[in-house]
Design a protein around this ligand. Structure first.
Ligand code: MN
Ligand code: MN
Length: 310
C-alpha cells in the first residue's frame, strides 16, 4: 500500500518540479543582474519571459516529464518505444520550447527508429535529467530497474558520462528523500557524486546556472542544501537566471520531496496550470503503483499528453 506520507512527498516532488519550471521560466536566459534590475527579487508566478507565458504555464521541462510518465503508464511494463512515441507525439504538438539535444534525439528516432543516440558532447545538457522523475517514482522498490530505466530513457536523447552521473545522482537523492531518509542522506549522495566527478563541486558555489548538466545541478544543489524551506530554495535558484526554469524544476523536485506538497506556497500552487495539476495528481498515483513486470494495468491512456493534444 502507498502511505500518505510517500504520496505527499511524491506529489511535492512532481508539483514542485512544475512550480519551479513555471516560476523560473519568467527569467530564463536572464542574468542575475538583469533580474535584479527588473524585479528586485523575482518571487511571483506571473508568466511572461521569452516564451510570453501565461501565469502558471509550464514549459518543456514539465511537459517532457508528463510525456514520459504518460508513456510509462499507458501500457504494460517498461517499454522504451512507447516512451519514445509519447515524446515524439509531444514534439509533433509544437510545444512552446524544446531543447536542441532533445529535439535532435527525437528527430533521430523518427528518422531511423533508434532508441539510443551515440555518445556525444551535446549529451551533457540537462534535458534527460529533468524529465526522469516518473522513472524515480515508478521504481522506488527496485534499484536495478531504477538504474536501467534511468539510463535507457536518458540515452534516448542524451549520451554523456556527466549527464548519466548527474541524472543517477539526482535520482538517488530523490529515492532517499521520497522514502523519508532526509537531508543528510541526500547530502551524502551529493558528496559521492562530487568525489567521483569533481566537476560537480558546488561548495563554494561557482555561480553559473546554464543548461550544462554540471552547472544546472550545482545551482539546484547549492540552494537546496543551503535553505530550509521550499520557498527560499526556489527563490534563490530562479534568481540565478540563465536556465532558470530547469534549475527551478530540479530544485522544486528536491525541495518538494523533502518538505512535502504542503510546503509549496499557496500563491504559487494555486496559479499553476490546472490541467497540469490534474495530470500530475493522476500520474503520481499511477506511477507509485506501477508494476515493472508485465501485468494488466488500468486504462490510463487519457493521462498521456498525446491524447490531450488530440
Ligand atoms: Mn524549459
Ligand atoms: Mn530551461
Amino acid at each position: 500500500m502507498i502511505s500518505d506520507d510517500l504520496r505527499e512527498r511524491a506529489l511535492g516532488a512532481y508539483l514542485g518540479l512544475a512550480v519551479g519550471d513555471a516560476l523560473g521560466a519568467t527569467v530564463e536566459f536572464r542574468s542575475p543582474r538583469e533580474i535584479q534590475e527588473e524585479f528586485g527579487v523575482h518571487r511571483s508566478m506571473i508568466g511572461g519571459g521569452w516564451l510570453h507565458l501565461e501565469a502558471g504555464q509550464v514549459t518543456d521541462d514539465t511537459q517532457m516529464c508528463l510525456a514520459l510518465g504518460g508513456g510509462m503508464i499507458a501500457g504494460k511494463g517498461w517499454n522504451l518505444q512507447r516512451i519514445a512515441d509519447a515524446l515524439a507525439a509531444w514534439l509533433r504538438g509544437h510545444p512552446p520550447d524544446v531543447g536542441n539535444t532533445c529535439r535532435r534525439g527525437i528527430r533521430r528516432y523518427l528518422n531511423d527508429g533508434s532508441l539510443e543516440g551515440p555518445p556525444s558532447d551535446w549529451g551533457a545538457g540537462n534535458g534527460a535529467c529533468v524529465r526522469n522523475l516518473p522513472v524515480v517514482l515508478a521504481t522506488l522498490d527496485d534499484e536495478e530497474a531504477f538504474v536501467h530505466h534511468t539510463l535507457a530513457q536518458a540515452h534516448f536523447t542524451h549520451h554523456h558520462p556527466l549527464a548519466d552521473a548527474g541524472t543517477l545522482a539526482l535520482g538517488y537523492m530523490l529515492r532517499g528523500l521520497l522514502r523519508g531518509a532526509g537531508w543528510s542522506a541526500a547530502r551524502q549522495v551529493a558528496a559521492t557524486l562530487v568525489a567521483e566527478h569533481p566537476e560537480f563541486c558546488f561548495d563554494p558555489y561557482p555561480g553559473r546556472s546554464s543548461a550544462y548538466i554540471v552547472e544546472t545541478l550545482q545551482t539546484a544543489l547549492h540552494y537546496f542544501f543551503n535553505t530550509d524551506n521550499f520557498k527560499d530554495c526556489l527563490v534563490g535558484v530562479v534568481n540565478q537566471g540563465d536556465d532558470a526554469d530547469t534549475t527551478g524544476a530540479l530544485a522544486g523536485m528536491l525541495a518538494g520531496a523533502l518538505y512535502g506538497v504542503q510546503s509549496i506556497p499557496h500563491a504559487w500552487i494555486s496559479r499553476l496550470d490546472p490541467g497540469v495539476k490534474r495530470m500530475i495528481h493522476a500520474q503520481v498515483d499511477a506511477l507509485l503503483a506501477w508494476n515493472p513486470s508485465p501485468q494488466p494495468t488500468q486504462d490510463v491512456g487519457t493521462l498521456c499528453l498525446q491524447s490531450r493534444e488530440g
